[in-house]
Design a protein around this ligand. Structure first.
Ligand code: PLP
Length: 407
């Protein structure tokens, strides 16, 4: 099945447009490189996610957007307006989510290294603190309990289960196996349940699972949900929610398009597995929490850059652009593929390596790409850069952090 997800980019008379606006116009008044995001696209993906959840009869779905994918304040504010909650992994992200107006009771806190100060802040924000600490170790549970005791509060916690499934994705973005640092094994969760001292100032409200990112195949997702449900049935306490995590992929390449599960296919898989492994065996209906990141923001954003110069050495041809791995690290970090599009289309194409200005060989956006012979000042666009782009930017080589514009 072909699965081409819509993007804001489109050629009109061989000139690239973004949400219908000519890109050369947008770039005329903005120094490159910069990120460009489309509100229309963000709305489309959020609404498509929620409407598919409702269509597949997911009980009171709560979308906790994974802030690490893109933490731009305008993006967060828009998501808040659309009704989204947040999945945060640091107090910095938590503060940004709160600043955007997101209700603390729609915020879950994930991550293996929550510190005492972070727990303190999360416990005391809003009237009742955050919706849930998604606990990743027994040591963390003990600390949360101790902090809550000092504050005379009850912390709402969920266990993040390590379901021991192997998600077929790049090794750096797979998280659900025994060798990964994330989550707790089932036996350890059940043991922790029976230790009274852990539960003086904590209450178990849910269970969560998240097995990795850029997932295309639904098999691992279904196995993870099965493990989550089996554990939920074993735990006597009625749970307020089951959190199925995030991870749904987008199409970066042609190959992705043939493999990718659509939002619809994903929701159907989630709904059917919940029905089969939980609802059919139990009268209790917890709400379902989702933690999507990439699928909501990946396609809405591009990185706009200009050619600095071209260079040939022997047979190799390089197109050197002013965006680098410090602006978008995914190709260097995960061998990720990003389409690079010329602003002006041409029939005459050459093979060229598209590289950035950073003093690292890994600073390369693509090798042997078919591109027009570009010149200094020509615009190019790196597609599908809305997720894990700007949030991973650094100042390496003393470069400025690229600006972001939300159209
Ligand atoms: C990163 C992360 C997500 C989001 O992953 P995507 O692939 O962007 O959907 C969700 N939950 C947790 C715990 C994460 O760490």
């Amino acid at each position: 099945m072909k699965n081409i997800l819509p993007t804001p980019l489109q050629y009109k008379k061989n000139k690239l447009t973004f949400d219908g606006l000519f890109l050369d116009k947008i770039a005329k008044v903005r120094p490159t490189p910069f990120y460009l995001y489309s509100k229309k696209s963000l709305d489309f993906y959020y609404k498509s996610f929620t409407s598919n959840a409702l269509k597949h009869k997911i009980p009171s779905p709560l979308i906790c957007y994974a802030v690490k994918a893109n933490s731009n304040s305008e993006v967060l504010k828009r998501l808040k307006t659309l009704g989204s909650g947040a999945d945060v992994v640091s107090v910095g992200e938590l503060k940004k989510a709160l600043k955007a107006g997101i209700d603390p009771q729609k915020i879950v806190f994930s991550g293996v290294a929550k510190t005492e100060n972070e727990i303190l802040f999360a416990l005391n924000c809003g009237k009742r603190g955050i919706y849930s600490f998604n606990v990743e170790s027994i040591e963390e549970l003990e600390l949360i309990n101790a902090v809550a005791k000092k504050e005379k509060r009850i912390a709402r916690v969920a266990f993040r289960l390590n379901p021991q499934v192997n998600a077929k994705t790049h090794k750096h973005i797979s998280t659900g196996n025994k060798t990964h640092k994330f989550g707790l094994l089932k036996a350890d969760i059940l043991e922790a349940m029976s230790v009274k001292e852990f539960w003086g100032n904590t209450t178990l409200v849910g269970l969560s699972v998240h097995i990795g990112s850029q997932l295309t195949d639904m098999k691992a997702t279904i196995s993870a949900i099965r493990e989550l449900c089996i554990l939920a049935l074993e735990i006597e306490t009625p749970l307020e929610f089951l959190d199925v995590g995030g991870g749904l992929g987008i199409d970066y390449t042609q190959d992705d398009r043939s493999k990718l599960a659509s939002i619809e296919t994903y929701m159907k898989a989630v709904s059917e597995s919940l029905e089969k492994y939980y609802f059919s065996k139990n009268n209790h209906v917890p709400r379902i929490v989702f933690e999507p990141g990439r699928i909501l923001v990946g396609k809405m954003g591009v990185l706009v850059s200009r050619v600095v110069r071209t260079k040939t050495s022997d047979n190799a041809h390089f197109t050197i652009i002013d965006a680098g791995m410090n602006d978008l690290i995914r190709p260097a970090l995960y061998e990720a593929y990003h389409e690079v599009l010329p602003e002006t289309k041409s029939k005459k194409l050459i093979k060229t390596d598209i590289v950035g200005p950073i003093c690292e060989t890994a600073d390369c956006f693509g090798t042997q790409r078919s591109m027009p012979l570009l010149q200094s000042g020509d615009l190019v666009v790196i597609d599908n850069a809305g997720a894990y782009g700007h949030t991973m930017a650094s100042r390496y080589n003393e470069r400025e952090i690229a600006a972001e514009y939300f159209i």
